[in-house]
Write a protein that binds this ligand. Structure first.
Ligand SMILES: NC(=O)c1ccc[n+]([C@@H]2O[C@H](COP(=O)([O-])OP(=O)(O)OC[C@H]3O[C@@H](n4cnc5c(N)ncnc54)[C@H](OP(=O)(O)O)[C@@H]3O)[C@@H](O)[C@H]2O)c1
Length: 244
């Protein structure tokens, strides 16, 4: 894959993806977007000239055009092969008797609205990548959008209740994945939702069974195999398909 963009790349799984791509030398251009950098991300960018940090609060929809122009200048006709809509928030401890409207709105703004609007803004770059690489199979070698979801967004697997803001925002993101997969099929852009597993990050907490490198390696092994037949589906980091 030539060009990859990852949102929320300053820590957690986003930073883990940048680390993985740099170490494996998997991408010619890595666009790591974040609200504010982190020491580790800045250091990686100093050592790797093909890693570009772009300041982006994903709720600032009006700045998406500038992000697209910045990338366009660097990739030329190559476009963008992989968009990782990773940035996310999770409001916890939200039983029905405690949940607040603002919590639901915040989760929807970051977890649902932002990935849809960013994909819309970067569509010309994704189309360009799919076209330029028309001799390659559909998937990450052409153009792929991965919406970082969660098993908590699966309606079929919800047997615990609660988590209204997070569950609903990720279920809505999954609905967006399905629509994008249908709308972008003609453009040869593959779209999938991904559950990274329960991972030790600020969001996942210390009790999570998976470490970041295990989750990330699984995610990339899985997405490298995704083809035309996988568009509009929901996968776990280890390649298992999840029910909506
Ligand atoms: N960890 C898990 O067990 C787990 C399980 C299922 C799904 N996920 C999903 O995986 C993704 C990454 O999670 P994580 O575990 O790495 O979480 P994390 O450690 O809490 O990191 C979240 C990332 O999202 C960024 N972010 C949040 N709001 C943002 C905004 N408005 N604009 C730009 N960036 C923003 C954060 O940036 P700041 O530093 O600026 O806040 C941070 O980089 C999320 O979509 C999450 O829902 C995680």
């Amino acid at each position: 894959m030539k060009s990859v963009l990852i949102t929320g790349a300053n820590r957690g799984l986003g930073l883990g993806m940048v680390n993985y791509l740099v170490k494996q030398n998997k991408a010619e251009n890595i666009f790591a977007t974040c609200r504010k950098g982190s020491e580790e991300l800045n250091q990686l960018a100093q050592q790797n000239k093909h890693l570009h940090i772009i300041q982006l609060d994903v709720t600032n929809v009006n700045s998406f055009g500038d992000v697209s122009s910045t990338i366009s200048k660097l990739v030329g006709a190559g476009g963008l092969n992989l968009l990782m809509n990773n940035a996310g928030v999770a409001t916890k401890f939200t039983k029905l008797n405690m949940v607040k409207a603002e919590q639901i709105l915040e989760n929807f703004t970051v977890n649902t609205v932002a990935p849809i609007m960013l994909t819309k803004a970067l569509l010309p770059l994704l189309k360009q990548a799919a076209e330029t690489n028309s001799d390659k199979p559909a998937g990450v070698q052409r153009a792929l959008v991965v919406n970082m979801s969660s098993v908590l967004g699966s309606i079929a697997q919800n047997d615990q209740g609660g988590f209204y803001p997070y569950r609903c925002s990720k279920a809505a993101l999954n609905a967006a994945t399905k629509s994008m997969s249908i709308d972008l099929k003609k453009d040869n852009i593959v779209v999938a939702s991904m559950h990274p597993g329960w991972v030790k990050t600020d969001m996942g907490g210390n009790n999570a069974p998976l470490d970041i490198p295990t989750s990330i390696e699984g995610i990339f092994t899985t997405i490298e195999k995704l083809g035309e037949q996988d568009t509009g589906k929901f996968f776990q980091y280890d390649g298992k398909e999840l029910p909506w």
